[in-house]
Design a protein around this ligand. Structure first.
Ligand code: 5AD
Ligand code: FES
Length: 361
């Protein structure tokens, strides 16, 4: 059965939801290995062996939202809140530029006030200026008005990450307070696309109440929404959050292996999208991110924020690299990637091939 499906993958056949589920629920180590290898082969054939960096700048942990799983939710009074100063953000961006990272991601908790919106706009212009227009800019600032997305696009940002977290609306409701709205979030993904951004979304894996069918539907959702970039990672309990109290897990499987299988299936099903090997994977296993690359991912997001602030950006427990500085990470990362026989796309934007293929046709 597995052989047959793997042959279909090779011959460019679009898998059915049942076939995706069968692959996602594989249990035998040798079968899982075949699945991950098939995904890696597709990645190498379609988009090559280059891994692209996105220098991640976590500019603030101030958040107006209250997601039940997130360590920086507004009700978590044990967090020291910070907002990086303009010159600190520019310094981090310059570090990424000087080290040939090609692109950066600016991320923070959600804020919609004018002061914040204008601050981000100014930062985008300044980063474009300091890098002679060369540094690619991805934003991850949650749900915003269409006019704000447009303003930031005009300032020079060209990619936006907004995870749907789960494509199951009922599960979404269980993870968020009543003032969060699934349809609004989904609509933001559409508005972002219309505004011209390459759009990234993603989900958390092995959430309480989540089923294998939910995960299969997440993959179908990415396809249906014509998403360019995917960032998925294991759900990791964050103490001091309401979801930490919830023990109703419907999937009984090691979340690390499940996450690798999800990366592989997204690569197999969507083929030419960018897929991030996330920090949350590295939290579970020292070489988790490398394994993500071997399962079909092609993007790494090294943290380039000031070390000073990193310990306060704890979305979940045990987040790694919070006390190393960015310089340490450059060297350790390069050798880790070369060691698994991948290359690094230094100085390139590394746009999603899916987005490029779309705009060409
Ligand atoms: N475990 C894993 N990922 C988390 N995120 C937030 N909290 C957690 C957690 N406890 C992820 C969400 C969010 C992204 C910025 O971080 O998916 O979109
Ligand atoms: Fe900040 Fe979810 S808690 S966006």
């Amino acid at each position: 059965m597995l052989d047959q499906i793997l042959n279909k993958i090779e011959s460019d056949y679009q898998l059915s939801a049942d076939e995706l589920k069968l692959l996602l629920t594989l249990k035998e180590a040798d079968e899982i290995k075949l699945l991950l290898e098939a995904a890696y082969k597709i990645k190498s054939n379609i988009i090559g062996k280059k891994v692209f960096y996105r220098g991640l700048i976590e500019i603030s942990n101030i958040c107006i939202k209250d997601c039940f799983y997130c360590g920086i939710r507004k009700s978590n009074s044990s967090v020291d809140r910070y907002l990086m100063k303009e010159d600190e953000i520019l310094k981090s961006a310059e570090f990424a530029y000087k080290n040939n990272y090609g692109s950066i991601v600016l991320q923070s908790g959600e804020r919609n006030d004018k002061q914040f919106v204008d601050f981000i706009e100014r930062i985008i212009y300044k980063i474009k200026e300091l890098s002679n227009e060369k540094l690619g800019i991805t934003l991850s600032f949650g749900e915003q008005e269409e006019a704000v997305y447009k303003k930031w696009f005009e300032a020079g940002a060209h990619r936006y990450l907004l995870r749907i977290e789960t494509s199951n609306e009922n599960l979404y409701k269980k993870l968020h307070p009543l003032d969060h709205n699934y349809s609004k979030r989904k609509n933001c993904l559409k508005i972002l696309k219309q505004a011209g951004y390459q759009v990234g979304t993603g989900i958390m894996i092995k959430l309480p109440f989540q089923t294998y069918d939910d995960l299969v539907n997440d993959i179908l959702f990415f396809k249906e929404m014509d998403i360019d970039m995917i960032g998925m990672g294991p759900y990791i309990v964050s103490s001091n959050t309401p979801l930490a109290e919830e023990n109703n897990y419907l999937i009984d499987e090691d979340v690390y292996t499940l996450s690798l299988k999800m990366i592989a299936l997204v690569r197999i099903y969507l083929k030419d999208v960018n897929i991030a090997s996330t920090t949350a994977l590295q939290t579970l296993k020292t070489f988790g991110r490398e394994m993500g690359l071997k399962a079909g991912a092609n993007i790494i997001m090294p943290n380039v924020s000031e070390t000073l602030y990193r310990s306060s950006y704890q979305l979940y427990d045990g987040k790694p690299c919070t006390d190393e500085n960015a310089e340490d990470c450059v060297n350790c990362l390069e050798s880790r990637i070369l060691n698994i026989d991948e290359e690094i796309g230094y100085g390139e934007w590394g746009d999603s091939a899916h987005f490029k293929n779309k705009t060409r046709s």
